[in-house]
Write a protein that binds this ligand. Structure first.
Ligand code: ADP
Length: 473
């Protein structure tokens, strides 16, 4: 492997370019017209414009990406996360064009992409799943039958879903038919497939996921877990490794079962297996993300493994034990805060626009993955995540204290961001104690809203000549 095209944008495109450069690989960036001034375009060895701002016409446009790969004569494509990363057809087209797709085999991506089928497959292979429907629900009456069996609350999910779309929690039989239609419509609009399934909805759940790597010689390694229960609208905001509630016994048992199941599936390259942990300490499989995750840096921090380099080396045919150089253990603690261009105190409204000023923290144990810079204009067309702040420490307290310090030093002026919410979280006694579940953000916002008057800055104008008040500081 000599030259890699990165079929993505934003921070993950830069992250992949870093890994390629350190392995001596040439890089090709692709970009939409809206991303002409993005750093991934500047830092790659070559760059090809693949279409207009709209993702469907650029980053999701398979013929355009493949043409760029052919023109630049690359050997492989790294898809990052999102966009084409879990598109089995794309992986197949790469293969047929003689280009290595850096990810699992197309048939594995296809199986994992149908969440309902992945659920059945994992059950068959001995991994616990939540009680729920068997197969796709044809209509609301079928969902009613499942509810009669498993009870309320129940969650309806899009089989082809992702990013929290097409998901509805149903608490009452009277709401089921309406919620079913809404979930179906949303799934059809977002995923071009209205297929739904359902499972028991766990109150006060924790989201725990395991990082996996598989080589092309049948070896699988589980690199510990991440806790991702701080979420908004079923999407992650803060991730930690290890989970504050994981026990060595449960970790060992889950890792063993997963290793066996993934071997049987023939899983290769990087992936994440997601679980729900209930209050009684039971782990239930929910889905596999057959790609690198946004939150991979917390695992990198505690294991010392560069996961993107590992992906590239696996695709080169190297053996996992050579890449990892021995058994992998988690040491210390890492936490990541997603910095999104959105207003956490106004229903997470997106806040694109120009970054007037940016100051990025540093120092021991601090990592910032970002594609933005002072003067950068955030386009309104894509995901709102503009940076990831990752802090590492010898234990959870050290990591959290470091994160609180780094958040104070991260200054982004000109747009609204999730920084003030992260600061509140880091001060919350329950979060500090590791006592939280997926409803944490809703509760925190409900409790803190009166304390955060949205117009606070205007109420206290700075005296003339004083430094300007900075958002969230
Ligand atoms: P997506 O692929 O859209 O991200 P997931 O199946 O990964 O959907 O679920 C996203 C989030 O929704 C989880 O992290 C969790 O917060 C919540 N969730 C999903 N299934 C359940 C469940 N059965 N019980 C409780 N919460 C759930």
């Amino acid at each position: 492997m000599r030259k890699v095209l990165i079929a993505n944008r934003g921070e993950i495109a830069l992250r992949v370019i870093c890994a390629c450069k350190e392995l001596g690989l040439q890089t090709v960036a692709v970009y939409s017209e809206a991303d002409r001034y993005s750093l991934h375009v500047r830092f790659a060895d070559e760059a090809v414009c693949i279409g207009p701002a709209k993702s469907a016409l650029s980053y999701l446009n398979i013929p355009a990406v493949i043409s760029a790969a052919e023109i630049t004569n690359v050997d492989a494509i790294h898809p990052g996360y999102g966009f084409l990363s879990e598109n089995a057809d794309f992986a197949e087209v790469c293969q047929a064009s003689g280009i290595r797709f850096i990810g699992p085999r197309p048939e594995v991506i296809r199986l994992m992409g149908l969440k309902e089928r992945a659920r059945e497959e994992m059950k068959r292979l001995g991994v616990a799943i939540l009680p729920g429907s068997e197969g796709i629900l044809k209509h609301a009456a079928e969902a009613q039958e499942v509810a009669a069996r498993i009870g309320y609350p129940m969650i309806l999910k899009a089989s082809a879903g992702g990013g929290g779309r097409g998901m509805r929690v149903v608490r009452d039989a009277a709401d089921l038919a309406g919620q079913f239609t809404q979930a179906q419509n949303e799934a059809q609009a977002a995923c071009a497939c209205g297929d739904l399934y359902s499972e028991k909805y766990i109150e006060r759940a924790r989201h725990i996921e395991f990082q996996v790597l598989g080589d092309e010689h049948g070896e699988i390694e589980i690199l510990g877990e991440r806790e991702c229960s701080v979420q908004r609208r079923h999407q992650k905001l803060i991730e930690e490794a290890p989970s504050p509630v994981m026990t060595p016994k449960l970790r060992k048992r889950a890792s063993g079962a997963l290793k066996k199941a993934l071997k049987a599936i023939g899983y290769t390259n990087a992936g994440t297996v997601e679980f729900i942990l209930d209050e009684d300490g039971n782990l239930y499989f929910i889905e596999v993300n057959a790609r690198i995750q946004v939150e991979h840096p917390v695992t990198e921090a505690v294991t010392g493994v560069d996961l993107v380099k590992a992906q590239l080396r696996i695709a080169m045919g190297q053996k996992l034990h050579e890449i990892l150089g021995g058994p992998v253990e988690m040491r210390g603690h890492a936490i990541e805060c997603r910095i999104n261009a959105e207003d956490p105190f106004n229903n997470f409204q997106p806040s694109p626009g120009r970054i007037e000023f940016l100051h990025v923290p540093g120092g021991h144990g601090v990592r910032v993955d970002t594609h933005v810079y002072g003067g950068y204009v955030i386009p309104p067309h894509y995901d709102s995540m503009i940076a990831k702040l990752i802090c590492y420490g010898s234990d959870r307290r050290v990591a959290l204290d470091r994160m609180a310090r780094a958040l104070d030093e991260l200054i982004i002026r000109g747009i609204k961001t999730t920084i003030p919410l992260h600061k509140l979280t880091l001060k919350d006694p329950n979060f500090r104690r590791g006592r939280y579940s997926t409803n944490f953000v809703d509760r925190l916002l409900a409790a803190s809203q009166p304390l955060v008057p949205p117009k606070a800055q205007e109420l206290t104008p700075a005296p003339a000549g004083a430094p300007e008040k900075i958002e969230g500081v």
